[in-house]
Design a protein around this ligand. Sequence first.
Ligand SMILES: [Zn+2]
Length: 331
Amino acid sequence: MDPRGFPTSLPEFQKVFPNDEACASYLEMMRWPNGFTCPKCNYVGKPYRFQTRSSVVLRCRECKANASLTAGTVMQSTHTPLSTWFWGAYLVTTQTPGQSALQFQRQLGLSRYETAFQILHKLRAGMVRPEREQIGGEYPVEVDETFIGGVHNKAIVVAAVEVRLRKDAEHRAAKHKEEHSGGVPLKKLIYAGRLRLRAVAGRSADDLMTFILENVAKGTTIRTDAAQSYRSLPGFYYVHEQLKIAGDPEKAEAHLPMVHLVFSNLKTWILGTHHGAIGPQHLQAYLNEFVFRFNRRFYPMTAFNSVLGLAAHAVSPTYAQLYSGEWRHAA
Ligand SMILES: [Zn+2]
């Protein structure tokens, strides 16, 4: 288990969610953190429960209406056991590289490839919606482009990523800055914040500026290489920190360390999981999936709830509750 309390391995995860009953209890707690409330008549109190271990139906004692625990989630009307969905959500949100349907089928011991494929497809649908809010603001943002794919179907991908200072490093960084004013970047004292990626048609100012204007808040400090296409940034109310000389990879690396790291991870993932073979029509969906996982890498539980379609406003159990099984008795 990691310090944030979320399981770090599938066996550990299976201890927390050993069967469909445990998964159903989790759904119940997410939906009614303060105890069952009938969606039809608003009766509050213990519902009738059905005896099968996998039952996702609760019945109101007052009006006798049924309420399904999977209503409004990605598991609605499913014939696949809840525990399979839960393990699938865990695998797609926490593992790097992401899962192919075949790996997924093997790990969950599913007899049919089609089942694995469909579950994966539905879980991924929750990851490929583009993230809309703008990044930057108080955090500087690195912007750069790279080529993705093989010789014949190369695509250009542009990235914007926040540069954040590690909390414990703020003091050290301040001292370091004093000692090296105007000097080298603070490697190891920084980490990547939120990320945005887009497949673009070309490297024109138009392609790149449209991406930046849609994804980075005005007033943000933006770091780029020496490319001509970025020269109009100050005219759009950004603070532009541009590398002065083009063509020196070491200087570019030092000026834009986070975005280079992102590109390296992205290429490894595409090669490892998809063998580099992603059709241009699917590229943006894969980029969005990468961004989803990247932006939630410190919040695995949020990612897990999100792909299952559990309401974003619902209160998650504390980790102590999760591990003690306390939440199983919420109603
Ligand atoms: Zn009722």
